[in-house]
Design a binder for this molecule. Structure first.
Ligand code: 87F
Length: 522
């Protein structure tokens, strides 16, 4: 049988196959329910988010086509569906730091061992995670070379060379790159991988005031990535003595929370390193002075948090601001309708919405039924589905189904651009609101050790009055140690609730100095 397409192309198909296909296609998979199609085609997720979170997560990142597993443990292939999200966040952050006069650069992947040894406390603690190249071909290298786990030791010798006088300050550099940390504990796509993508900012100033100001400006950009792009509520705050960089002065972070597992996730960090790196220059008075340094980073881990927080039993749920396809247009052929007319209408809608600046595609594949396509794009988390059928076209309207709440509405074609924009805004906001409501419902105040341990076993994000003593935190870690990890402080929120005089520390019983979030974390 010859089949004429509207483009003028013709294809030849076997008649038997074609009629079988036609029957299946027109009747929406032989009249089967969408749930049955999902089961038969393997499109539905097997694991449930509430029942087996870890396995659900592994399944959703693979079936949603974000990740492919690789034959080296802890390493993952980031597929285009992931990279498009990363690139959107990258474009935002890159433009913002350029406004701050921060410049991009690129330093080598390899670290000379001499550089590594110079570092003090931090590198010592991290040493087991450093991967080394020891051979080229069959011959041993005379001096093994490390692969960067972070670039302080690669970059700072050159900061020292480049910053000679006060006119060389500030020096504000950023690089987008990959880093390798040879983790041994439970690898998890995005959240804990041996190689990951990030940006690392390393800046140097003449004064502490400038450094302090930048720490918070960068932290605010991190908040915006989470809250405005990924629709994930975070807490901004300061890390404890145990959790800050050992070589730094203080560390700030944005902390997210995954209600299903009751774990906190450090979303991004912005450190003030103080003058601890001992880089000197000649100040305006001609005296020897020390530079003030900052460093800050966020990584592809952010994407894992997004999957964990928004995903559901049907698959990924992507916020419109980061989804590489924001709306998918699906033709719904019917027995008496001319398929070409419907396909043409789909392409017209795609053109109209693309013209308006939205990321829209049509799924015109003729070997899948509409139901199959619905499940496929739901699994991939596309925020909006636009169904186009003959009946709707007659009434000059299309069906729109939101991924976040499954609500379907018919929209007149003339209003589509305005309505789609409105729906994207509502989806983005609703994802944030639902995530915030779940996060807030997980927050539990604990004033005593008993309250703390009960809240911890109930997977709560614990807010507790604390004496802020290093030994007390170390003791909390010891006392809560278990197969699923120990509790630690996440951050002391900048936004502190009132702490009445006489409030005691939940762990030591000494006078409390601040409110701090605690919990198990990733
Ligand atoms: C693993 C191996 C070797 C973390 C490591 O947060 C060294 C390290 O220094 C290491 N894991 N760190 C701390 C990294 C701190 C830091 N670097 C620049 C940041 C922001 C960007």
């Amino acid at each position: 049988m010859r089949f004429q397409l509207s483009s003028g192309l013709s294809i030849v198909v076997c008649l038997g196959c074609f009629s079988a296909f036609l029957l299946k296609y027109l009747s929406g998979s032989g009249g089967k329910k969408k749930e049955d199609v999902e089961k038969e085609t393997g499109l539905g997720l097997i694991k449930k988010k509430n029942e087996n979170f870890e396995e659900w997560y592994s399944e959703v990142v693979v079936q949603g086509e974000m990740i492919e597993y690789y034959d080296i443990s802890g390493c993952y292939i980031l597929r285009p569906w992931t990279m498009a999200i990363w690139e959107t966040m990258q474009a935002f952050f890159d433009a913002e730091i350029k406004k701050m006069k921060i410049k991009n650069c690129y330093f080598p992947l390899f670290v000379s061992p001499a550089g590594l040894k110079k570092e003090k406390d931090d590198i010592e603690g991290f040493a087991p995670e450093v991967a080394w190249v020891t051979k080229s071909g069959k011959s041993e290298l005379e001096v093994p070379i490390a692969i960067r786990p972070t670039s302080e030791t690669v970059m700072y010798p050159y900061y020292s060379k480049w910053i000679r006088g006060h006119r060389d300050l500030p020096l504000k550099l950023n690089q987008w790159c990959n880093v390798v940390r040879w983790e041994f504990s439970n690898p998890t796509p995005f959240i804990k991988s041996r190689e990951f993508l990030w940006q690392e900012g390393h800046t140097a100033f003449a004064t502490k005031e400038e450094a302090d100001k930048e720490v918070l400006e960068i932290l605010e950009l991190y908040r915006r990535i989470f809250e405005e792009y990924l629709a994930i509520p975070i807490v901004k705050g300061k890390k404890s003595e145990s959790e800050k960089l050992a070589d730094g002065l203080y560390t700030t972070s944005v902390e997210a929370f995954v209600p299903n597992t009751g774990r906190g996730v450090q979303g991004a960090t912005s450190h003030c390193l103080g003058q601890n790196l001992d880089i000197t220059y000649e100040n305006e008075k001609g005296e020897k002075a020390m530079i003030w340094q900052n460093s800050w980073s966020y990584s592809t881990r952010t994407i894992g948090v997004m999957v964990m927080v928004h995903g559901d039993d049907k698959g990924l749920v992507l916020p419109p601001k980061v989804a590489s396809i924001q709306a998918i247009v699906i033709p719904v052929p019917s027995k008496d309708a001319d398929t070409h007319v419907i396909f043409d209408a789909c392409l017209k809608i795609v053109a109209q919405l693309s013209e308006a600046g939205f990321r829209v595609e049509a799924d015109l594949r003729d070997n899948y039924s509409p139901d199959w396509k619905y499940s496929h794009w739901e699994l991939k988390g596309v925020p909006l589905r636009i169904e186009i059928g003959a009946e709707g076209l007659e009434k000059k309207q299309v069906g729109c189904v939101r991924r976040d709440n499954c609500v379907k509405v018919d929209i007149p074609v003339v209003d589509l651009v305005k309505e789609v924009k409105d729906m994207f805004d509502k989806i983005q906001q609703n994802l944030f609101d639902v995530a915030k409501q779940k996060r807030d419902a997980s927050i539990q105040v604990a004033r005593t050790w008993d309250e703390f341990t009960v809240a911890l076993s109930n997977k709560k994000l614990i807010l507790a009055p604390w004496c802020d003593e290093h030994e007390v935190e170390e003791n909390v870690k010891i006392r809560t140690k278990s197969a699923i990890g120990a509790a630690k402080s996440l951050c002391s929120p900048f936004d502190q609730p009132e702490l009445p005089e006489g409030t005691l520390c939940f762990a030591s019983g000494k006078p409390a100095k601040k409110w701090t979030y605690w919990g198990r974390s990733y």
